[in-house]
Ligand binder design. Sequence first.
Ligand code: CDP
Ligand code: MG
Length: 141
Amino acid sequence: MSIQRTLSIIKPDATRRSLVGKINAKIEDAGLVIIAQKMLRLTKEQAKAFYKIHEERSFYEDLCSNMVKGPIVVQVLEGDNAVKVYRDTMGATNPANAEPGTIRHEFGESIDLNSVHGSDAPETAAQEIAFFFSQIEICRE
Ligand code: CDP
Ligand code: MG
C-alpha cells in the first residue's frame, strides 16, 4: 500500500459539455478520493507556467490556448497508488488510443481536447498540487 496524491484537471472542453459529474463518478468508481476541488479560469500566463515542461513542443501554444478557453476544475485525488490509478482511469493521451471505459475514451474529442490532465509521477504531482492549492484547501490532513 502506498497512499499517494495526484493532481487532476478537468479541462475546458469537458466543463463546456457539463461533464464534471460524469468524470467525478469515474474518479470515485476507481477508488480515488477527491480531497480538494475548485473551479477557476486560468490566465494565459498561468497556463504557460503550468505546462512549462512542454514549452519546446510543437503543441505548446495550442495546448495553452485550449486551457484558457473556459473554466477548469482542479482536484487533488488521494488513494493507493493514485498517480498510476488516475493515469489508467484517464486513458491514453490520444482518445483514439484510449481503452474503453476510460475518461478519454468516453469523453475526449481529440488529442488536444482530451478532457483531463493527470500528474505523471509523485514528484510532479507534489509540484502541480502546490501550483493550485494551499495547505488549508486540502482536506484529510
Ligand atoms: O496529458 P498527458 O500527460 O497524457 O500528455 P502530455 O504528453 O503530458 O501532453 C500534455 C497535453 O498536451 C495532452 O494532454 C494534450 O492535451 C496535449 N498534446 C497535444 O495536443 N498534442 C500532442 N501531440 C501531445 C499532447
Ligand atoms: Mg503529461
